[in-house]
Design a protein around this ligand. Structure first.
Ligand code: NOJ
Length: 982
């Protein structure tokens, strides 16, 4: 309950908490306090840009006033540059030059478009790239592109790409850029003419202008005309309401009790981006909305507000609402049967995005092209991007496939860091485990009930008065022993560390922070900003200061974080940042960061900077080369490099269970695959059925953690008794059996940015039936998961895509695609199917933690397709250190074809091949093969060396094929082998 706008006194806090607890107990949980958060109409820059869009729509033959000066265009070394003029602003000779335009052709087939002010009155913030882009990218070589002659209208076309497949048409007047892939139009910039770039101005000049206008206004508001008699008459030209809106809230701006001083005045940027021939767009997390984004504008649009990207701590967030939440990733992907393209709007200031569907393309001839090809019935999705500050910096990814897009995007912003293997197992959390005794009992409860788990979490109450890096000594007198007893069973602990530092001279972190001068400053740039959070009066570390980052990272060393051990990891919460008495429960936009950067420019990145400094701390705290694990609530593009995120304070309701899938799918396809939702729901009390169904769904979240609010009833997995304990045990154990598969998917994501859980449309890009599907999804390319998210449901409709078979992972029953079918989903299982054509590596011996499984043998489940073929992979390393970077890992591909299963090494180079680890793990045996989809009963399995293995098949075919199990085929996971069956 962190978002209560102010909590000045403890007593008030207790009353509030009791009221909420009562509400929760009565099951009448109140909804989000919408009035705490701005609507577009309450935000000056959003209003101005939306009004501009409305004006464009209302004005017959609207043309963008922006034009490229053709004579200025130069294409050199992969970069097109030129001058961009606003013909309205510059119609009277302007004392200032216009805007600079750059288009970069990247060597990975992506394109970057940048627009900035040529000579601003003060520099516009352009530092997002320094923290978001992982390295300087390569530009296309001269030979990789061709500049085509300008056409009759003066448009310049550049043809480029590995296969020359991309065409970029740059029109000068009006300014517009069209992207084509294999001649199919995909993305168009400024097609609607909504480009709007507010140039910085001096406040004094502005007020003089205003005064002048008032004087001149009398004349300017009149035009002179002649009447019928030829006499001159005045015609009054009044500004329309929309035109007046264009001038709203340019300087100081108020919201509730807060005033944003906006010392630099208006500096917003806006641009429309059209996805041609594309009716489904996805991305721009974080919102509690569907996967395929609903329209926010146009006839019949389900939403009236744009999607807002502004990291906020939203108390009791509402479902099916484009309000901002804790994280922001300005990445959007559009998909149709014919094309796939994506954009990344690299801006960390507050941003709003309008989506309009089924709009017709104007003048470009696209519509007629589409009609002639009969490609799609809905020609385009128009999007309008509006950011408060910064420069216009946009990447366009042209694919042509999803995998290409994920690779192109992640090569710029980074892929997910390979996590420690414990962190993809099960996490047990609650606000709070109250004492060392409580921890010991919960830990023992898992063993007693034979439920595996890897990590026990401690929330804010474990500290001494919310002073992070300390312990409440009365409750946790011996944290080192506590961690060691968990560690003895292969288990870890996570403690929470937030970015607000209690103002207290006796608290070492607070004192050092003040001495080092590393706190965010008030708008005066001198005094430290002071606000309210859990500890009361607090200050916030300025992670933009390199000194602050290093100092923060050093706090994690064992000799500073007293009571921490190698098995202790970190949870970063409240890092939007959440400020209880701040505007919209966050920090004011005019506070100042290191380098005199106004917070307004970097708000959405603050949480990531904190996350990254914490990950740095955990990485450098020991000499054992251990990978960090840090969970963060706030996020931005690039967060994947530092750890996991979760979807914050959800509720124990069926609706919240249901929305978790689209939310996680959206975050994953936006480049951040390591994410989860609180299993069980944070607020409120799930009943046994909801909790069980949530576990059954949660085992398929990349980050799998149960968590609960301090006022909720205890709900450790065994507390509801039978049959629920057994059902939850079965679910959690299922997660553990698939850990080798999950880890392999994390490896894949860490290499090329591929999402781990995937929307159906990315695996079946031609099947229009799944373009909006978000109530079932794929784990990797192999498992189809359909969570049950309604009470009392025991039958679920599952859509089986493709024209191959699907095998139930528990009883191997078979379904044939394509088509929807009603499937039994009794209380003890949800529908999960393995796709024909895949091989999934598993470990099937139940243990108490993932660590305890590390020497266990493997099972391969081979689901043959109609041709008798299947492929799959396994990636293995020590699960803890960075040694894999030196080649200390195993990566193999399994291939089944014509009755032969083979295993090949996929690792390139010989580095690490003979390391102790590779030898030891590589020698672990494959103890079982499960062969699904064989049309005949297998009778004999021979391993290359002549060994004959035992094979047993089901008595009768199941769904037209046999289930055969090969026991002890005597092959090792790390060796090349061939094994044949007849
Ligand atoms: C807010 C977080 O979202 C929640 O998970 C946590 O329990 C509370 N803060 C207390 O730290």
């Amino acid at each position: 309950m962190d978002s209560i706008s102010s909590r000045p006194s403890k007593s008030k806090k207790i009353i509030l908490r009791s009221v909420i607890a009562l509400g929760l107990a009565l099951g009448c949980v109140s909804a989000v306090k919408r009035e705490d958060f701005k609507t577009c109409a309450q935000s000056g820059f959003c209003t101005r840009n939306r009004a501009y869009a409305d004006l464009a729509k209302e004005t017959p033959n609207w043309t963008s006033p922006y034009q490229l000066t053709t004579s200025s265009l130069k294409l050199q070394n992969g970069v097109l540059t030129g001058d961009l003029i606003n013909t309205q602003e510059d119609k009277h000779p302007s004392p200032r030059p216009g805007l600079s335009f750059e288009l970069h052709l990247l060597d990975n087939d992506a394109v970057r478009v940048r627009i900035n002010e040529r000579d601003p009155v003060s520099p516009r913030y352009d530092g997002v790239q320094d923290t978001v882009l992982i390295k300087p990218y390569g530009l296309a070589k001269d030979s990789a592109y061709t500049r085509l002659d300008k056409d009759a209208a003066g448009a310049l076309t550049i043809q480029y790409g590995a296969q020359d497949q991309n065409k970029i048409k740059v029109s000068s007047a009006p300014f517009k850029i069209e992207f084509f892939v294999n001649d199919v139009p995909t993305v168009v910039l400024n097609d609607e003419g909504l480009l709007r770039f507010e140039r910085l101005r001096k406040k004094e000049e502005e007020s003089k202008k205003e005064e002048g206008k008032e004087e001149e206004g009398k004349e300017e508001s009149k035009l002179v005309d002649q009447d019928a008699a030829g006499d001159e008459v005045d015609i009054k030209v009044e500004k329309s309401p929309l035109e007046l809106k264009l001038e709203e809230n340019l300087w100081e701006e108020r919201f509730k009790d807060h005033t944003d001083s906006k010392p630099r005045g208006p500096e917003s940027i806006g641009l429309d981006i059209t996805f041609s021939g594309i009716n489904h767009v996805y991305g721009v997390p974080e919102h509690a909305t569907s996967l395929s984004l609903k329209a926010t504008k146009g006839a019949g649009a389900p939403y009236s507000e744009p999607y807002r990207l502004y990291n906020l701590d939203v108390f009791e967030y509402e479902i099916d609402n484009p309000m901002a939440l804790y994280g922001s990733i300005p990445f959007m992907l559009g998909h149709s049967k014919n094309s796939t393209a994506a954009v990344f709007w690299m801006n960390a200031a507050e941003t709003w995005v309008d989506v309009e569907k089924n709009a017709e393309d104007k003048d470009s001839g696209l519509l007629s092209w589409i009609k002639s090809k009969k490609a799609v019935s809905t020609p385009a999705t128009k999007t309008h991007w509006i950011s408060e500050a910064g420069v216009l910096d946009l990447f366009v990814f042209l694919g042509p496939t999803h995998r290409d897009i994920f690779r192109q995007y992640s090569s710029l912003v980074g892929t997910t860091a390979l996590p420690q293997s414990f962190s993809i197992a099960y996490h047990q959390c609650r606000w709070n485990y109250n004492s060392q005794q409580d921890v010991a009992e919960v830990d023992a409860g898992f063993d007693e009930h034979d439920i595996p788990y890897d990590v026990l979490w401690l929330d804010i109450e474990h500290t001494d008065g919310k002073r992070y890096f300390t312990w409440d000594n009365a409750k946790f007198p011996n944290p080192t022993d506590m961690q060691q007893s968990l560690s003895a069973k292969g288990r870890k602990m996570v403690t929470i560390i937030d970015p607000h530092i209690k103002k207290d001279d006796n608290y070492h972190v607070s004192k050092e922070g003040a001495e080092l001068d590393v706190y965010i400053k008030n708008k005066d740039g001198n005094t430290a900003f002071d606000g309210w959070c859990w500890p009361g009066s607090s200050q916030w570390i300025d992670f933009y200061n390199p000194k602050a980052r290093d100092w923060w990272a050093s706090q994690f060393s064992y000799d500073r974080y007293i009571g921490s051990t190698k098995s202790l990891f970190t949870w970063n919460d409240m890092n939007e940042p959440s400020v209880f008495n701040g505007p919209e429960i966050t920090i004011p936009k005019d506070v100042i960061h290191y380098g005199n950067v106004e917070h307004r420019n970097v708000h959405n990145l603050y949480g990531t900077m904190f996350h990254s400094a914490t990950a740095q701390g955990l990485t450098q705290r020991n000499e054992t080369n251990q990978r960090p694990f840090v969970l963060s609530r706030a996020f931005f593009a690039g967060t994947q490099r530092f750890g996991a995120i979760w979807t914050g304070d959800n509720m124990a309701s069926w609706e919240h269970l249901e929305i978790a899938s689209p939310m996680l799918l959206t975050i994953g396809l936006s480049g951040l695959p390591f994410s989860g939702a609180d299993v069980g729901g944070f607020f409120g009390n799930p009943d046994a059925e909801l909790l069980t169904r949530w576990y059954q769904a949660g085992i398929y979240y990349p980050f799998f953690r149960a968590h609960a609010h301090i006022d909720s009833k205890r709900r450790e997995p065994w507390l509801f008794g039978e049959p629920y304990t057994s059902q939850i045990r079965e679910a959690v154990r299922t997660r553990y059996t698939f850990l080798p598969f999950w880890y392999t998917l994390f490896h894949e994501a860490s290499v090329d940015g591929t999402p781990i859980i995937r929307p159906m449309f990315t695996e079946f890009p031609e099947d229009e039936a799944v373009f909006a599907t978000d109530d079932q999804y794929m784990v990797g390319n192999a498992l189809l998961v359909k969570p049950v998210s309604k009470a009392g449901v025991t039958r679920s409709t599952v859509y089986f895509a493709g024209d191959e078979k699907w095998f139930d992972i528990k009883d191997y029953s078979v379904e044939q695609g394509p088509g929807a079918k009603e499937i039994a989903s009794p209380a003890d299982k949800i529908p999960v199917y393995q796709r024909a054509g895949t091989i999934v590596p598993k470990r099937e011996r139940p243990r108490r933690s993932s660590k305890a499984m590390e020497n266990d043998p493997f099972t391969l489940v081979i689901a043959l397709d109609s041709q008798g073929e299947a492929t799959g992979r396994i990636y293995l390393d020590d699960g803890e250190t960075f040694n894999y970077e030196q080649g200390d890992y195993i990566l193999r591909e399994f291939r089944a074809s014509n009755g032969v299963l083979s295993s090949h090494n996929l690792k390139t180079g010989s580095v690490g091949k003979t390391s102790e680890f590779v030898q030891r793990i590589g020698a672990l045996r494959i103890e079982r093969l499960v062969i699904l989809g064989s049309k005949t009963k297998l009778t004999k399995v021979t391993v290359g060396n002549g060994n004959v293995a035992e094979v047993e098949c089901s008595k009768a075919p199941i769904g037209g094929s046999y289930v055969c199990t090969v026991k002890e085929p005597k092959v090792a996971i790390g060796e090349d082998f061939e094994l044949s069956w007849v």
